[in-house]
Write a new protein. Structure first.
Length: 419
């Protein structure tokens, strides 16, 4: 099976090489790994001191980075002398975070081939490897295990439908046994590991909760947004796509239902054509953030955020949050609005997100499929008592699941002490 796996990696590399001729993202993936060993050796020799402890943190992309970020920042705060090497699989993570201040060096992870794994670890020589959430690279894990380098999986989530736990999944299950410790997000993940005689785990929760609570505590203010909001109650729609905006425009068309409310939309894509589509759906009641002037647009009820970087702080102005993506591949970040105690609404594709599943069960999150669903949920959440109950449910979830970083750091202290 290991031969077939490695053959699959070679075929993937061939695919990427061809795709790089036509697709910018594939080209970034391919070009970013050219001469990786030489570049990595040179960077480490110039930045790492002799005998300096190195912790290697690997994230697939930007979302996983956010889960690993609280740990890296905690390490740097307590152990500033530790060298942190951060690797990414995806260009969408690397390109955005290649200058991340709390890592000493950021680079791509080489393709998971036996020779690459041997060479990478010979160059890096980490004292600890930390993979985030779903990273199960067979050849790297096998080589780490042979070299007796401890490797952890943090923010881990396991489900019965994953290959590890299928009747035919013995080979995949052996991959998990190469990890020295799992920091799992929930009890069901822990139970799956225990059922399959894997006992090296800690029920830690999601490190992103620590991160979003920090963001909420440090949230910036935006005077222009405050001028738009004034004293109104606000529906904040974050990371929306076309189908989300169709529902929201339909809701906003019910003027009696939405009376005295305002909406802020931060679409996932801010290209000119998408912004124009939003304006067509909402008509003259909307205005772009870049064009808003308080003295000239006081009658507008919908503010479109046409830039990147404001969303996580904008939830401070909201009463309710709608999160986009639920009619596509899956919802976007619900923890950011939850950090402000907001009830959240989203479409039907949410099952892969632990925090969404948990809050749907407890009444802090609400699923909609059609416009009447959204109107019904919005009507309920307009009532202060109902909204307060939903908000309390959200806050209870955060309180119960915060502190993952502290639990990981407690074990890290022992590991560093033993070095």
């Amino acid at each position: 099976m290991s031969i077939l796996y490695t053959l699959g990696i070679y075929l993937y590399l061939l695919f990427i090489r061809v795709a790089a001729l036509f697709h910018p993202k594939a080209n970034l993936w391919w070009s970013g790994r050219k001469n990786w060993a030489e570049k990595l050796s040179l960077e480490l020799s110039s930045k790492r001191e002799a005998n300096q402890t190195l912790i290697w943190v690997h994230s697939a992309s930007l979302g996983e980075f956010e889960q690993g970020r609280p740990l890296m920042e905690a390490i740097k705060k307590e152990y500033p002398e530790v060298f942190i090497l951060l690797t990414f699989f995806s260009p969408s993570g690397y390109e955005i975070r290649k200058n991340y201040a709390h890592a000493n060096l950021v680079c791509y992870l080489p393709a998971d081939l036996p020779g690459n794994a041997q060479k990478f670890l010979s160059i890096v020589q980490p004292q600890l490897a930390v993979f985030v959430k779903y990273e199960f690279w067979y050849n790297f894990l096998k080589t780490l295990h042979k070299k007796e380098i401890p490797v952890w999986l943090i923010a881990a989530l396991f489900r019965p439908k994953q290959p590890f736990f299928k009747p035919w999944g013995a080979w995949y299950l052996r991959i998990l046994r190469d990890f020295d410790h799992f920091f799992v997000q929930n009890q069901s993940s822990l139970d799956l590991l225990e059922k399959h005689q894997i006992h090296q785990y800690t029920l830690a929760g999601d490190p992103r909760i620590d991160r979003v609570l920090q963001i909420a505590a440090e949230a910036k203010s935006f005077p222009l947004v405050e001028s738009f909001v004034q004293n109104s109650t606000v529906l904040m729609a974050g990371s929306t796509w076309g189908p989300d905006e169709v529902l929201l425009a339909g809701l906003w068309g019910n003027q009696e239902l939405c009376k005295d409310w305002k909406m802020i939309i931060a679409p996932h894509e801010i290209g000119a054509s998408h912004l124009e589509q939003i304006e067509q759906k909402f008509g003259p009641q909307c205005i772009r953030y870049s064009q808003f002037q308080a003295e000239n647009h006081s009658d507008r009820t919908v503010l479109i955020i046409d830039n990147i970087g404001m969303l996580s702080a904008l939830y401070r102005y909201a009463t309710i949050a709608y999160i986009g993506g639920g009619f596509g591949t899956g919802i976007h970040n619900t923890l950011e609005p939850m950090a402000f105690g907001l009830p959240v609404i989203f479409g039907p594709k949410y099952q892969k997100f632990e925090e969404a599943v948990a809050n749907v069960k407890t009444g802090g999150a609400f699923v909609v499929q059609e416009e009447p669903d959204l109107e019904a949920v919005f009507t309920q959440l307009k009532y202060n008592t109902f909204r307060a109950q939903a908000s309390a449910s959200v806050q209870d979830y955060l309180k119960e699941n915060r502190g993952a970083t502290l639990k990981i750091m407690a074990r890290l202290r022992k590991t560093i002490k033993d070095e």
